[in-house]
Design a protein around this ligand. Sequence first.
Ligand code: GTP
Ligand code: MG
Length: 198
Amino acid sequence: MKIKSAEFVLSAAEVSACPRSSLPEFAFIGRSNVGKSSLINLLTGRHDLARTSATPGKTVLMNFFKVNGEWLLVDLPGYGFAKVSRTQRAEFGETTADYLEERESLACVFVLIDSRIEPQKIDLRFIQWLDEIDVAFALVFTKTDKQTAGHTQRAVNAFLAAVQPFCEEPPPYFLTSTKTGAGRGEILSAIGKLSAAN
Ligand code: GTP
Ligand code: MG
């Protein structure tokens, strides 16, 4: 897929404020600092579309972007801040939880995972919950330039083994680096296929 245009649409703090649009939607989420904003900029080829920062937790709203006039890209708030949560869904943020449960045009959630670290409980809980609420997702292992391909593959294998107990089939995954551009073509091509199917 060639990116012809990518524009900011709006920021929303709740589902009722999301764009009224039936375009297929692709959301990006992960723990803070995993590289969401950087990846969104890489995918769209716009270096300042989603703000990147070295300070975790900058993104507190759901940010919507329209790409090629054909699909929406959503930068969801990072999870992993709540120290105590009364319910499973509250751990990922009520806004995010409502969005994931209610948004009808949501085609796929890309869950970003830092490729350098062992499987984190919160990521595993999030994926288990996505599976329970029946939302389609793919994994994106970020920052692969920071280590050897062998280390990345071992991390991927460890993660797939950790989700195996609750995922019927191994989830699709992508390996990315915003430094080398790795994974960009593969993710855009997957979005293109899913958009055409929606
Ligand atoms: P919040 O919105 O703050 O939760 O963070 P985020 O997930 O949007 O992460 P962001 O894109 O701001 O990146 C966090 C840090 O990781 C920044 O310093 C980025 O430059 C760095 N980073 C992101 N992706 C990569 C990558 O693929 N390779 C390397 N080497 N650094 C990366
Ligand atoms: Mg961000």
